[in-house]
Write a protein that binds this ligand. Structure first.
Ligand code: MN
Length: 129
């Protein structure tokens, strides 16, 4: 039996958080929701996910700063991070990648693209085009 992969979702918007978690659970992932970015690093340490889905625009703390913090931590830097952001301005993807995220999906998300990126990062079978 395959042990379910674990995904930590950091997202301040309740509707997006529910959408991402429902989608991940439908694909048999275990999810852990974090609504306040200030708790994201501690929760990552506790939950030890196989993947972090990270909103960029949040109150109190930027997802970009959180990505940098996670990638500076030698015990957490191996965990792939998929950034999700409504901002699609030129250069955003580069800034997110420069911060250390492995992937980037823009909001409103394409469900297919979201799932494909997650499965790609977790080294699982991708949904064919
Ligand atoms: Mn947000």
């Amino acid at each position: 039996m395959r042990v379910a992969k674990r995904v930590l979702v950091v997202e301040d918007n309740e509707l997006n958080l529910k959408l991402f978690c429902d989608l991940l659970r439908a694909h048999t992932y275990d999810t852990e929701a974090v609504r306040d970015g200030r708790f994201a690093v501690d929760r990552t340490r506790e939950f030890m996910p196989d993947l972090v889905v990270m909103d960029i625009q949040m109150p109190h703390v930027s997802g970009l700063d959180l990505i940098e913090t996670l990638k500076r931590d030698t015990s957490l830097r191996h965990i792939p991070i998929m950034a999700v952001t409504a901002y699609a301005a030129k250069g955003d993807e580069e800034r997110i990648k420069a911060a250390g995220a492995e992937a980037y999906v823009s909001k409103p998300i394409s469900v297919l693209r979201f799932v494909r990126e997650v499965e790609g990062l977790l080294g699982q079978m991708a949904i064919p085009d």
